[in-house]
Design a protein around this ligand. Structure first.
Ligand code: PLP
Length: 384
């Protein structure tokens, strides 16, 4: 049995969530937009899911838009909010950070290259946390959007939204946050922190792949990315994925109900794993030890090639990642590791735990890691 420690890449679908989805895959085939009884069954299920997501985040159901995933939610928020603000003559300046997911970074790059926006990209501190003062100092009179992730997907660092959000609200600037990794693992206070838009992805919290959420507060104008039938209050046209949305709602409810206990359990397991990993000579932690997600241990390993180490662990039945799965296959260090100045001459591995991770999994992974590092170093590091 594989020990799966790559929950930042994706999580297994929860069996109870699958059971809730099943009728909408098997026989409740109605289009939620149809007015007849068959359609109304699907519509009721979608609206129930919307209430579950809204309750999990402390927003109203009207503020929940279902999308095709985290990437789409990020694109819809960044491009859509920036476009709407420009149309309203409010400005063309956007602020973000150097460690955002490519869905945000490529969206702002595209706004700059194709739509004449000006973009300020704020670098993180060496511990992978963005300094709130430096971020706020980048905001100008013509800034229309600030996009800062709640938690980083590679090194797990938590960003100071509790400070940045209220300050931006006071200045009338919309804050979008990519909370794809943070949901269920770190505090999120949409109201208190003045978050204007927020992205989630169901497959990162034991829901199905290909379904996401864009929370859009009532006072945040957005220009839709997709033209079409006007579903989701016109923000996201396209026939609703009823089964996926039911799964997203069920997974959000499960996550919210169990988060407090899960965070404590995961942190203890992660600390046990990190203790063992860091006990191996020449292994250091990437990112802040304290301001980080409870399920993430991201390490740098001297004297080893990253891909060779990942493959050695894979051969031993342990699934981990080098940096971000979205970028695997790229030989050069990720933009996140580059931004924090991580050394390029060593392996960078990310271990991320989840709902099904056990003590045994962690101990098996730690032993396999120590063994793989020793064998690789004995063989010269496994460099290509
Ligand atoms: N944002 C973050 C922080 C992520 O980690 C990911 C996925 O790795 C995404 C966005 C993209 O989400 P999706 O896979 O649903 O498109």
């Amino acid at each position: 049995m594989t020990v799966y420690l790559d929950h930042a890449a994706t999580t297994p679908l929860d069996p109870g969530v699958l059971a809730a989805m099943r009728p909408y895959l098997e026989h409740e085939h109605g289009n939620p937009s149809s007015l007849h009884a068959v359609g109304r069954v699907a519509r009721a299920a979608v609206e129930h899911a919307r209430e579950q997501v809204a309750a999990a985040l402390g927003v109203t159901p009207l503020e929940v838009v279902f999308t095709g995933g985290g990437t789409e939610s990020d694109n819809a928020a960044v491009k859509g909010i920036a476009w709407a603000a420009r149309e309203a003559g409010r400005g063309r300046h956007v602020v973000t950070t150097a460690i955002e997911h490519p869905a945000v970074l490529e969206s702002v790059r595209w706004l700059a290259q194709s739509h004449a926006f000006e973009v300020t990209v704020v670098a993180p501190e060496p511990d992978g946390v963005v300094d709130a003062e430096r971020l706020l100092a980048a905001v100008r009179a013509d800034t229309v959007l600030v996009s800062v992730m709640a938690a980083n997907n590679e090194i797990g660092t938590l960003q100071p939204l509790d400070v940045v959000g209220p300050a931006l609200r006071d200045r009338g600037v919309v804050l979008h946050t990519d909370a794809v990794q943070a949901f269920g693992r770190a505090p999120l206070d949409v109201d208190g922190w003045g978050i204007g838009a927020l992205s989630l992805s169901a497959h990162k919290f034991n829901g199905p792949k290909g379904v996401g959420v864009l929370v859009l507060r009532r006072d945040v104008p957005v220009q839709p990315l997709l033209s079409g039938g006007g579903q989701e209050r016109g923000v996201r046209s396209g026939t609703l994925n009823a089964a996926g949305i039911v799964g997203c709602g069920g997974a959000a409810a499960l996550t919210a109900a169990t988060a407090a206990d899960e965070v404590v359990r995961l942190r203890a397991l992660r600390d046990r794993l990190a203790g063992a990993l860091l006990g191996v000579d020449g292994v250091t932690l990437n990112g802040s030890a304290t301001r980080r997600l409870p399920h993430n241990a991201a390490v740098a390993v001297a004297g080893c090639d990253g891909e060779a180490l990942l493959l050695a662990l894979d051969a031993a039945g342990v699934a981990v990642s080098t940096g971000s799965a979205c970028q695997s296959g790229a030989a050069e260090p990720s933009h996140v590791l580059t931004a924090i100045g991580a050394p390029t001459d060593r392996a960078h591995l990310r271990f991320t735990l989840g709902r099904t991770t056990t003590d045994d999994d962690v101990d098996t992974a730690a032993a396999a890691f120590a063994d793989a590092v020793k064998r690789l170093r004995d063989a010269g590091g496994g460099y290509a």
